[in-house]
Design a protein around this ligand. Structure first.
Ligand SMILES: NC(=O)c1ccc[n+]([C@@H]2O[C@H](COP(=O)([O-])OP(=O)(O)OC[C@H]3O[C@@H](n4cnc5c(N)ncnc54)[C@H](O)[C@@H]3O)[C@@H](O)[C@H]2O)c1
Length: 448
């Protein structure tokens, strides 16, 4: 099959490279000429494990090409995917569909023969109807089927997720489009990934409902974590205790600084707007978004509390800036709110992230960026772990303690054990776990 992928970002590039790897003939298109030029030189503009190798091998074998113009790739394509951004619209939080509609117009003008136009971007219910209307307006003669095929991949594990999805959701009504979509994904459902054919509007809503549910799960355990801190319970044990129940499931029950990233914040808000517009308000999701918003800045107050209530003039070391490990994506990263709030309270911030500092520099100016976790900890009054990169899980604690001004660690991802940290002489706080008292010789008092 010949595929044109319009939009070569995290989703478009991964999907394009994976479809090429299945054996399809793919051209990835982007309006960002510098991105396309870099890809043509073999440079992959984002950090995603395994992606560079996948792009190189498929480009070398002639199945993956890059272009700035839509005309040739679209006119040759059996399927054209729209994978452009759908950020929050400034002012009201609705999804900004201007990139999707612009892409639809460009695609329409270039269509030849029967073509399936597939929206892979996350778009509100009814967007497929509007994409179809635009295409028919620009090209009343076009033979086209407009399909919804939302993407569920996670950054940091994107290739694995694309190639081993829990399910593939396809919204359509045209049987010819069903044949094309089945052929495109055939390598996957031969591996038993269920492919769900539903109505287009249903497919669009499945994506938002999934993200809103996951955001709710995270927010739920975060509030339980707050309660744990008040009553002296351990949220990790609570999460395990409820997660082992198959009806609940153990995933997305890690308490932390609040969800961020390129999807959950904007998708929950967009779903809330859709609910309000249709007179079916989603009050649970409204509350989730509000609770999560407040949580990120509250983490800065948690840091201040660990330092006796004051951070003015103090140096705070922040480990991890990206919204999660194994990506360079800084969109809506909790680190942004935590650092900004710490700065508002008068703290000096120094930070380290294995791959995110390039993007972070343009978002957070007044920060000293360091070369390593230990350089970051130097002369710090407190160290805050914001993103749980693997390399932060086994830090040399003695070295850390030596370079810090005060041995205070606030672990917003619960990657260390309170007893261990206390025994090593740290004043340590996780999220939703009881504090371990320290005896006068610095040893933890709860394990003899
Ligand atoms: N990032 C994720 O983890 C993820 C997961 C699932 C779904 N999604 C959804 O997928 C969509 C894309 O997300 P992303 O993270 O890949 O975005 P992104 O910002 O990384 O990439 C979007 C790309 O589209 C390009 N573009 C915009 N208009 C264009 C046009 N008219 N023609 C060609 N290219 C154009 C931009 O230059 C950019 O490179 C969004 O709707 C998002 O919600 C993202």
């Amino acid at each position: 099959m010949r595929v044109a992928m319009i939009g070569t970002g995290y989703v478009g590039l991964v999907s394009g490279a994976c479809f090429a790897d299945f054996g399809h003939d793919v051209t990835c298109v982007d309006t960002d000429a510098s991105k396309i030029a870099a890809l043509a030189r073999g440079e992959v503009p984002i950090y995603e494990p395994g992606l560079t190798e996948l792009v190189h091998s498929n480009a070398r074998e002639g199945r993956l090409a890059f272009a700035t113009g839509v005309v040739e790739p679209v006119s040759a394509a059996d399927a054209v995917f729209i994978a452009v951004g759908t950020p929050s619209r400034r002012g009201d939080g609705h999804a900004d569909l201007s990139y999707v509609y612009a892409a639809a117009r460009e695609i329409a003008a270039a269509l030849t023969g029967f073509t399936v136009v597939v929206t892979k971007s996350t778009v509100p219910v009814g967007t497929g109807d509007e994409v179809e209307r635009i295409i028919r307006e620009v090209r009343p003669d076009a033979d086209v089927a407009v399909v919804s095929n939302p993407e569920f991949l996670r950054e940091g594990a994107a290739i694995r997720d694309f190639k081993h999805p829990d399910r593939i959701v396809v919204g359509l009504s045209d049987p010819r489009a069903r044949d094309v979509m089945s052929e495109l994904y055939r390598p996957l459902y031969l591996n038993a990934a269920p492919i769900l054919f539903v109505e287009r509007r249903t497919a669009e809503l499945i994506k938002y409902a999934a993200n809103a549910f996951l955001a709710t799960k995270i927010t739920f355990i975060n509030e339980i974590a707050d309660l744990c801190e008040k009553v002296g319970a351990d949220v990790q044990d609570v999460a395990r205790g409820i997660g082992l129940d198959n009806r609940i499931g153990s995933k997305f029950l890690h308490a932390g600084p609040g969800y961020g990233g390129s999807c959950f914040p904007k998708d929950t808000v967009a779903l809330i707007k859709t609910g309000q517009d249709y007179g079916a308000p989603l009050r649970i999701v409204e509350t989730v978004a509000a609770v999560n918003d407040q949580r990120k800045r509250a983490m800065a107050r948690k840091v201040a509390a660990a330092l006796g209530g004051q951070v003015r003039g103090r140096t705070i070391a922040v480990l991890g800036l990206t919204f999660k490990p194994n990506t360079d994506d800084m969109r809506e990263a909790p680190s942004i709110s935590v650092i900004t709030a710490l700065q508002d309270l008068g703290a000096r911030v120094q930070a380290y992230d294995p791959v995110g500092m390039g993007q972070a520099r343009s978002l957070l100016s007044d920060v000293t960026y360091c070369d390593s976790a230990y350089a970051c900890a130097e002369r710090a009054d407190a160290l805050v772990i914001v993103t749980e990169w693997e390399q932060f899980r086994a830090l040399d604690l003695d070295r850390l303690k030596r370079v810090m001004t005060r041995p205070v660690v606030i672990d917003l991802r619960n990657i260390y054990r309170p007893e261990d940290m206390t025994r090593r002489g740290f004043s340590y706080q996780g999220v939703g776990r009881p504090e371990v008292a320290t005896s006068e010789d610095g040893s933890a008092t709860d394990d003899g």
